[in-house]
Design a protein around this ligand. Structure first.
Ligand SMILES: [Zn+2]
Length: 130
């Protein structure tokens, strides 16, 4: 899957941020090599890696294999995580539609505090499309 409205600035931001990734962050650094892009989110399921073309791939950490995204919600998480980590990616942050309601599972924060992960109910958005 590809991030919509991908621009040349975003392509350059991926290239620059990928080159600047610190090697001591082993999981992210290895994910960048394996999927040739900028990892923006990792959890037990794998790493979401944004490539310079705007494509987002899921790197399975157990098998080190790159998988195609099949659920659009992963793309949402990738956009959110990219915007949270890097100011250049603020333009891809999903916008909250009028009438959306706060997610009751995470009280609108988008995060599960106990396990430091994104909320699985709203996929990290903090709101639910009504
Ligand atoms: Zn939630």
């Amino acid at each position: 899957m590809k991030i919509q409205n991908w621009t040349d600035e975003l392509r350059l931001a991926v290239v620059r941020r990928q080159a600047e990734l610190p090697r001591d962050n082993k999981i992210y650094w290895e994910a960048a090599q394996a999927a040739d892009g900028l990892p923006v989110y990792c959890d037990m399921g794998g790493c979401l890696v944004v490539q310079s073309t705007g494509r987002v791939e899921l790197l399975d950490l157990d098998s080190q294999s790159v998988k195609k995204l099949e659920d659009e919600r992963w793309l949402t998480i990738a956009c959110l995580a990219a915007a949270d980590r890097y100011p250049e990616f603020e333009v891809v942050r999903p916008t909250r539609p009028n009438g959306a309601e706060d997610c009751c599972k995470c009280s609108g924060s988008g995060r599960m505090r106990m396990i430091d992960a994104r909320c699985g109910t709203c996929w990290g958005l903090g709101w639910i499309r009504s």
